[in-house]
Design a protein around this ligand. Sequence first.
Ligand code: 5RP
Ligand code: FE2
Length: 252
Amino acid sequence: MGVAAKIAPSMLSSDFANLASEAQRMLDCGADWLHMDIMDGHFVPNLTIGAPVIESLRKHTKAYLDCHLMVTNPLDYVEPLGKAGASGFTFHVEVSRDNWGELVQRIKSKGMRPGVSLKPGTPIEEVYPLLARLMLSNRNMGNVVMYEVYVVHNLQVEGENPVEMVLVMTVEPGFGGQKFMPETMDKVRALRKKYPSLDIEVDGGLGPSTIDMAASAGANCIVAGSSVFGAPDSAQVISLLRKSVEEVQKNN
Ligand SMILES: O=C(CO)[C@H](O)[C@H](O)COP(=O)(O)O
Ligand SMILES: [Fe+2]
């Protein structure tokens, strides 16, 4: 039994002028999450939406809003996105090497689910520290108390600052409609081997012709923009993506 499949249409490919009805259409087509691409025109050469749009959309839907922050200063977005009603807050490791601990704590304190993303050229090892849980134990040895800190990987224990999802970018972030990069699958495979129950999301160029590569590597959260919105039957594509993930899991 694997980790539940989540199909998340990327609203970047929707008609932004009709965002609420486009979101409802995707949910009616079987989407689990709505993927919201937030870009600042600095971390990536494109500018999209921010907290005001999330706030407007939240008034029309109770759906899980899976926010992907392609921004240079994710910390600045935590408070506004929390207030706006974002569900997941996935920041990029490339801009959070020095403050991910604080970032994760703030995301959680605003009731959002933290995730970390990495660009195609960033090694997977960079996210491992964000998946380790710190355990503190004390041992009383007569009149001396010894404190030991353990770094525990992939155990369901109380700990500090774990992220709950890793988003492996399968294109260079910035634009929809790009070509899937198969070489990124090595990272998904390595992650799945180490963390059997982690949510692993893939984003960029996913569709009927690439889903099997991602699913067999171990991805369970699938973002798809152009392949879903560009299809004559979006529900059929969403169902096909889900079946590919479930099929691989059944055979494992
Ligand atoms: O994060 C993204 C781009 O940076 C988008 O989520 C992604 O590109 C989805 O679009 P498509 O499925 O068309 O590639
Ligand atoms: Fe995205």
